[in-house]
Design a protein around this ligand. Structure first.
Ligand SMILES: Cc1cc2nc3c(=O)[nH]c(=O)nc-3n(C[C@H](O)[C@H](O)[C@H](O)COP(=O)(O)O)c2cc1C
Length: 626
C-alpha cells in the first residue's frame, strides 16, 4: 500500500469505500430527486445498499462482510456461480471434475441421438502418462448385433432362473436419491432397450414398477423392502418382493465405492409417503442404513445368507456388490466360498471413484480401492481359486464410453454398470447439488415442482439411446480389434503409456493370475502369484472378518508410533496390487511394447491375420472366464 493510502486508511478504512460511495450516491440522488424530480429509484437503491452495509458491519457470522461491507457480497455471489463459470468458461474439455466436458458431451449427444463424431483428430495427449489405446486388427471383424449379453446364474449354483443380462446396465441409485420421474425414465428406458435397472438400496417403489423394466433388487444393510419394524430382515417381505417377475437378480450390498464402510441416513423430512412405502419405514422419521449388516457377522454366515436369499427368491441369480477394502476380508469371503461350496452368481465391484448422493469428502476422496485395483483383485482371486467360471463379475466406476467398457472387460469384468452416465442421459449437468434437494434438472430432487422439469417420455428415449449408441460404439471397437464379442477383449489388447514414456500391454503392466495358481500356492505346490496373496491370504478367516493375529500388525513400542517390525508385514510393494516381480508377463524389452519373443503373445501366421493360438493372447484373463 502506498504511504498516502496507508495514512488515509488510518483516518478512514479504505475498504469501506464502496459503502461510502453508496452514501454519497444516496445524497446526490436524493438531491436530484428533490430538486428535479428524477433519480428517485437510484436514491432508493443507494439507501438499500447503505442499509446493507450497516447490517454487514454489525452481523457476526461473516468476517468478510464485517470488514468489507457491501462489496464483500461479491465474494458470495462469485462463489455461488463458481461451478457454472468454471464449467462453461474455464474448464478444459478433458479436465475431469469429476466428469470432463468431453465425457458429458459424449453422453448428451448419444442420448439425444445427435452426431457423436469428432472432427480433426484426438484432443488427448497421446504421449501423456496413462494414455491408453486398444490394438486394432488389419482384419476387422463384422458383427451382426451390438446387443451383447452375458448369462448370469449359469455357474452351477442353486440358481434356477439365470438372467441373460446386457453387458451395460443402470447402476444402483435409490428412489430417494433420485426423483420419481428420474426412476420412471430410467426404468422405461431399460424396458425399451432390454437392459437392467438396479433399484439401489431404497428398494422397489411404484415408480420402478410403472414401466416393467428388468430390475436388479439391491438389499442394503437397512433391508428396505424386506425389513421388520425393528430393522431386522423379514423373510416373508423378501419373498413377496423377490417373487415379482420384474425382479431378475438379487444384489446384496456390502459397500459402495464413494463411501464404503459408512452407511447413510435419509433425513426424516425427505422420507415422503412414497419413499416410506417403498422402503417399509415410517413417514417423516430418519431412515438409517447402518454401516454393517445385522444378518451376518462372518464370511461363512454371509455365504449362507446369499444361499438363503437365492432359495427364497425362487432361484434367481444372487450376488453381492462391494468396494474392496481390507484384502483379508475379501479373502475371508473367498475362503468361505471354498469351505461352504456356496458361491454367489455374481459380484459387482465398485471403484473408489464411484458416485453417491451424499458422502463425507474424506470418504469420496480417500476410502476404498479404485476400480482397477479392486476389479483385478477380485478377478485374480476367483481365477486363482478356479471359481471364475462360476461367478460373473460386474463393475462400476466412471464408465461412460465404449472404451471404458472395453477396458473394464480387459481387466476381468463380464459387464459394466453406469450410474452417473445414465444421470447425464437424464439431463444431469453435474451441478453437484444432489444432497441439497435443489437439483436444477429434476434428477436428484424430491421437490415436486423441480422434478416436473424432467419429462419422462423424452428422457426415456434418451436413456434408451445412450445405451444403444454406447453399445454400437463398443461393437465398432470390437470389430476394429478383429474380435467377435467384448468378452474376448483381454489385457493383451490394451496398451498404456507409463510415466517413463515407455508403453506396455496391460497384460504385462498388471499382474494376472493363472487358473488354479492360487489354489496351488495355498496347497504349497507353487509360489504365491503375488505378494498381496502371500501377505493376506494366511491372515484371512472364513469365521470372522477380523484377520488372524491382527495384533501382530501393530506391535506396540512405547518409544515410537512405528510398529516394532513394520517390515515384517511390508512386502516389496505393499502400496500396490501391482506385482513385485512383474517379469512373469514381461517381455525382455521394457523400452518397447514389442516383446523380444513376440511369439509368446503374437505368434505370426502368413496364412491368416489371426494369431496361431488365440489362447496365447489371453495369458490369464478371459481364458478363465470363458
Ligand atoms: C445419486 C447416486 C445414488 C447412488 N445410490 C446407490 C445405492 O443406493 N446403492 C449402491 O450400491 N450404490 C449407489 N450409488 C453408486 C452407484 O451405483 C455406482 O456404483 C457408482 O456411482 C459408480 O458408478 P458411476 O461412476 O457410473 O457413477 C449411487 C450413486 C449415485 C450417483
Amino acid at each position: 500500500m502506498h504511504e498516502w493510502l496507508h495514512r488515509l486508511d488510518q483516518q478512514f478504512p479504505v475498504r469501506y469505500t464502496v459503502w461510502l460511495l453508496c452514501g454519497i450516491g444516496l445524497l446526490l440522488f436524493s438531491f436530484t430527486f428533490v430538486a428535479f424530480g428524477s433519480g428517485g429509484f437510484a436514491a432508493l437503491a443507494c439507501l438499500f445498499l447503505v442499509g446493507l452495509g450497516w447490517r454487514d458491519t454489525r452481523q457476526r457470522r461473516h468476517s468478510v462482510l464485517r470488514n468489507y461491507p457491501v462489496i464483500g457480497h461479491l465474494r458470495f455471489l462469485m462463489e455461488f456461480v463458481r461451478i457454472e463459470i468454471r464449467q462453461y468458461f474455464i474448464e478444459a474439455d478433458n479436465e475431469a471434475t469429476p466428469f470432463s466436458r468431453q465425457q458429458r458431451s459424449l453422453v448428451y449427444q448419444r442420448a439425444k441421438g445427435a452426431p457423436d463424431k469428432r472432427p480433426f483428430g484426438t484432443q488427448l495427449d497421446v504421449h501423456a502418462s496413462g494414455y491408453e489405446w486398444i490394438n486394432h486388427s488389419m482384419n476387422p471383424s463384422v458383427l451382426a448385433t451390438h446387443d451383447f449379453r452375458v448369462a448370469i446364474g449359469a455357474g452351477g449354483t442353486s440358481c434356477t432362473q439365470p438372467y441373460e443380462a446386457s453387458i451395460f446396465n443402470i447402476s444402483a441409485m435409490s428412489f430417494g436419491a433420485l426423483s420419481a420421474n428420474a426412476i420412471r425414465a430410467l426404468n422405461a428406458g431399460a424396458k425399451k432397450g432390454g437392459f437392467a435397472h438396479d433399484t439401489g438400496e431404497g428398494s422397489i417403489s411404484e415408480h420402478h414398477r410403472a414401466h416393467g423394466g428388468d430390475l436388479i433388487w439391491e438389499i442394503g444393510s437397512g433391508y428396505f423392502g424386506c425389513r421388520n419394524d425393528d430393522g431386522s430382515f423379514s423373510e416373508a417381505k423378501f419373498v413377496a418382493n423377490a417373487a415379482s417377475p420384474q425382479v431378475k437378480m438379487i444384489e446384496l450390498k456390502l459397500s459402495q465405492g464413494a463411501k464404503p464402510g459408512h452407511g447413510g441416513v435419509l433425513p426424516g423430512p425427505k422420507v415422503t409417503a412414497e419413499i416410506a412405502a417403498a422402503r417399509g419405514v415410517p413417514v417423516g422419521t430418519d431412515c438409517v442404513s447402518p454401516a454393517r449388516h445385522g444378518v451376518f457377522n462372518t464370511p461363512v454366515e454371509m455365504m449362507l445368507f446369499i444361499e438363503r436369499l437365492r432359495q427364497l427368491s425362487g432361484g434367481k441369480p444372487t450376488g453381492f456388490k462391494l468396494c474392496i477394502g481390507h484384502p483379508w476380508e475379501w479373502f475371508g469371503v473367498a475362503k468361505a466360498m471354498l469351505e461352504t461350496g456356496i458361491v454367489p452368481d455374481f459380484i459387482v465391484v465398485d471403484g473408489g471413484e464411484g458416485g453417491t448422493g451424499a458422502a463425507p469428502l474424506e470418504f469420496t476422496d480417500h476410502v476404498g480401492a479404485p476400480l482397477q485395483e479392486g476389479l483385478l483383485l477380485v478377478h485374480n482371486t476367483l481365477v486363482g481359486l478356479g471359481l471364475r467360471q462360476r461367478v460373473r463379475i460386474g463393475c462400476a466406476g466412471k464408465v461412460v464410453g465404449a472404451f471404458d467398457i472395453a477396458r473394464a472387460m480387459a481387466l476381468g469384468a463380464d459387464w459394466c454398470n453406469a450410474a452417473r452416465g445414465f444421470m447425464f442421459a437424464l439431463g444431469c449437468i453435474q451441478a453437484q447439488t444432489c444432497h441439497t434437494g435443489a437439483c436444477p434438472t429434476g434428477v436428484t430432487t424430491q421437490d415436486p415442482q423441480r422434478q416436473k422439469a424432467l419429462v419422462v417420455v423424452d428422457k426415456t428415449e434418451r436413456v434408451w439411446r445412450f445405451h444403444q449408441h454406447t453399445l454400437e460404439a463398443l461393437k465398432e471397437l470390437v470389430q476394429a480389434a478383429g474380435l467377435h464379442h467384448p468378452n474376448e477383449i483381454t489385457a493383451a489388447h490394451i496398451v498404456r503409456r507409463r510415466a517413463d514414456h515407455a508403453v506396455r500391454l496391460l497384460a504385462n503392466e498388471l499382474k494376472f493370475v493363472k487358473p488354479g495358481e492360487l489354489l496351488a500356492a495355498i496347497e504349497g505346490r507353487a509360489a504365491w502369484p503375488h505378494s498381496v496373496f502371500e501377505l493376506y491370504w494366511p491372515l484371512a478367516r472364513s469365521d470372522s472378518f477380523e484377520p488372524v493375529r491382527s495384533d501382530s500388525f501393530e506391535p506396540v513400542r512405547s518409544d515410537s508410533f512405528e510398529p516394532v517390525r513394520s517390515d515384517s508385514f511390508v512386502p516389496a510393494r505393499s502400496d500396490s496390487f501391482e506385482p513385485v516381480r512383474s517379469d512373469s508377463f514381461e517381455p525382455a524389452r521394457s523400452d518397447s511394447f514389442e516383446p523380444v519373443r513376440s511369439d509368446s503373445f503374437e505368434p505370426a501366421r502368413s496364412d491368416s491375420f489371426e494369431p496361431v493360438s488365440a489362447a496365447s493372447l489371453e495369458p490369464v484373463a478371459r481364458t478363465a472366464a470363458a
